[in-house]
Design a protein around this ligand. Structure first.
Ligand code: KIV
Ligand code: ZN
Length: 390
């Protein structure tokens, strides 16, 4: 079976940055872009240059700096947008213009107030116009998730014929089930002439919590590029999370697919993006949340201390976390308590564990989490009293 490369197209700096309150300045964008490049992303969507002079400048600077990844700029299917996008990325080593238009009935009627045929004309014109500037033109069919497959195939066929090198099939509103999204990609793969010569891309939003599953359904059915963001940031409920799809491919599809992304960069990148955007990561976020490798219930702690794999499917070092943590709470057991006491230099002898455990529970019932300082205080109070014979 061939091991196909899946291109990672990061849109943290464009779709991710559209989140209210998450706007980045040019310096922050360049720092993130460089880290993405080092980590091995294939495409960096640097921004939407027509949207503001500052975004134009940021895209321009990223285009100059980045040498190993494609730098992509977004535009609507409007000539002025495309002119500005082309200008912003003109110094990129590998420039790409990402242009497109809404294709669902909803968008055609209520956003563009036009007809399906006119949408196809605009799609063709936009791709052809972008091709005057760059060879690499990605076409997006916005709201493809709610676009009938026959009409979607017509639009994509037109974009391919007009010269698109990549066709992006966004589930803009996060409406598809994985089977539906997968079928859509398969239908295009099987019905669009010449599609084997272009890259099919997924771009899934997370409104129903299915962005990652849908992106994977996409690659199972012929897509070879995934659009995603660090921490899954993006419009509304966000985009496909980069760390989730990359890790899923590594863990579950290693015989079929691979990416060039260095997973040990996950945590550093995740924290960089969270801090730059002032958007903290939920503790239970898969892979990069602060609880992703911490164990707090007695049963799990005992199991992990016996062998990490009892409760972990990912080695924390693989994602840039030095080790799993054993968190002490009122649900923790003796094994965890003994382990943490030993970590702070106090090996409990036979019989001591029971005494310490009872007193630990009363502290733990009062506090949410018992930290090293609490533990040291507890141990010194117990053992100094014992020495004094109290
Ligand atoms: O969600 C979407 O459809 C988009 C396009 C602009 C690619 O972000
Ligand atoms: Zn989007």
């Amino acid at each position: 079976m061939k091991n196909e490369k899946i291109q990672i197209f990061d849109t943290t700096l464009r779709d991710g940055e559209q989140v209210p309150g998450c706007k980045l300045n040019a310096t922050q964008k360049i720092i993130i872009a460089k880290e993405l490049e080092i980590a091995g992303v294939d495409v960096i969507e640097a921004g939407f240059p027509i949207s503001s002079p500052a975004d134009f400048k940021a895209v321009q600077m990223i285009a100059k700096e980045i040498k190993n990844a494609t730098v992509c700029a977004l535009s609507r299917s409007i000539e002025k947008d495309i002119d500005v996008a082309a200008e912003a990325i003109k110094n990129a080593k590998f420039p790409r213009i990402h242009t497109g238009i809404g294709t669902s009935d909803q968008h055609i009627k209520y956003k563009f107030n036009t007809t399906p045929d006119k949408i196809i004309e605009r799609a063709i014109a936009a791709v052809k116009y972008a091709k005057k500037y760059v060879e690499d033109v990605e076409f997006y069919a916005e709201d493809a998730g709610r676009t009938g497959k026959e009409y979607l195939a017509k639009v994509i066929q037109a974009a391919v014929k007009a010269g698109a090198t990549v066709v992006n099939i966004p589930d803009t509103t996060g409406f598809c089930l994985p089977e539906e999204y997968g079928e859509k990609i398969a239908f295009l793969r099987d019905n669009v002439i010449g599609i084997e010569n272009v890259t099919i891309s997924t771009h899934c939003h997370n409104d129903l919590g299915l962005a990652t599953a849908n992106s994977i359904a996409g690659i199972e059915n012929g897509a070879t590029q995934i659009e995603c963001t660090i921490n899954g940031v993006g419009e509304r409920a966000g985009n496909t999370s980069l760390e989730e799809v990359v890790m899923l491919i590594k863990k579950k599809y290693a015989n079929q697919f691979h990416t060039d992304f260095e997973t040990r960069k996950f945590i550093a990148l995740s924290q960089l993006v969270a801090n730059s955007m002032s958007m903290q990561i939920p503790a239970n976020k898969s892979i990069v949340g602060s609880n992703a490798f911490s164990h707090s219930s007695g049963i799990h702690q005992d199991g992990v201390l016996k062998q990490r794999e009892n409760y972990e499917i990912i080695d924390p070092e693989e994602v840039g976390v030095s080790k799993s943590s054993i968190v002490l709470t009122a649900r923790s057991g003796r094994a965890a308590l003994a382990f943490r006491c030993k970590e702070i230099g106090h090996q409990l002898e036979n019989g001591e564990l029971d005494i310490v455990y009872q007193q630990f529970l009363s502290v733990a019932d009062r506090k949410k989490e018992v930290n090293d300082n609490d533990l040291k205080t507890l141990l010194s109070s117990i053992f100094s009293k014992q020495r004094l014979g109290q």
